[in-house]
Write a protein that binds this ligand. Structure first.
Ligand code: ADP
Length: 248
């Protein structure tokens, strides 16, 4: 796909740490509206790739474009978040001493939030938006509970809801199923599929049951570059992928 029609475009991206190449000519193109799963063994460069996209790490070489035209290598982290790239880290970071509803309200209000949130000045449209988000993240019945009392999986969903409240164009999700029960893992795959109806998503994940449940195109990273790409069945039939995973 041409850069101009892509949502996210990485070409020949390299990053070195003390001479060690964490990314080694990585090229990856995400189409508008797509959900992509990124897999690969430990040390493959998945986290470094997310760091480059979000501006936490600057590449030594290569191109990174968002929306076809915006050069992300020239932007800092705050800028990139503002452009509409939301990142969900592995550990949930919600406001534990606030209710589920208030967490979403704070996220919706953004940086100007705390003052008006203190007095719960919420418009009808904002209330409706929070209701929609609660339904999406499967937490409507828990709206008045403190976030501290949610399960690990539910906290992950709440944080995803908080990111969506900021209306990102692209959601980056790092190992959402880690530490979840089997039931939560299955529900999270459904949640991401629901989100993908309206948002583009890149998800890094180790859990193959989860990746299979997503049913989307998979990119396998290895030694800082793309080793294989296609359906999960296609990449798992690739001998190089099997070798990398089994260490043969
Ligand atoms: P993954 O997320 O796929 O496990 P990473 O992107 O975390 O892979 O790491 C890729 C490689 O780069 C690893 O070998 C890791 O040790 C190295 N690396 C990552 N960040 C740094 C850093 N800040 N300093 C030195 N080496 C790093």
């Amino acid at each position: 796909m041409a850069r101009q029609s892509s949502l996210l475009y990485l070409d020949g991206v390299s990053v070195s740490f003390d001479g060690f190449r964490a990314l080694n000519g990585l090229s990856l193109v995400i189409a508008p509206g797509e959900m992509r799963a990124i897999i690969g063994p430990n040390g493959a460069g998945k986290t470094t790739m997310m760091d480059v996209i979000t501006g936490k790490t600057r590449p030594d070489a290569g191109e990174v474009y968002f929306g076809g035209e915006i050069d992300l290598t020239a932007r800092d982290e705050a800028d990139i978040a503002e452009l509409g790239i939301g990142r969900k880290f592995q550990k949930p970071t919600v406001f534990e001493s606030h209710t589920v509803w208030d967490n979403l309200e704070l996220a919706l209000k953004g940086p100007r939030g705390p003052f008006s949130t203190l007095f719960h000045v919420v418009s009808r449209a904002e209330r409706a938006r929070i209701e929609d988000l609660l339904a999406l993240i499967r937490l409507s019945a828990r709206r008045d509970d403190l976030a501290a009392n949610l399960s690990h999986g539910q906290k992950q969903w709440l944080e995803i809801g908080m990111l969506l409240a900021q209306d990102p164009k692209l959601l980056l999700v790092d190992e959402p199923a880690a530490g979840m029960t089997d039931a939560e893992t299955a529900e999270t795959a459904d949640l991401l599929k629901d989100i993908n109806r309206t948002h583009s998503v890149v998800v890094v994940e180790h859990d193959m049951t989860f990746v299979r449940a997503l049913g989307v195109k998979v990119t396998v990273l290895h030694e800082g570059a793309v080793l294989a790409e296609g359906s999960l069945d296609h990449v798992s039939a690739d001998e190089r992928v099997v070798e990398v995973y089994l260490g043969r």
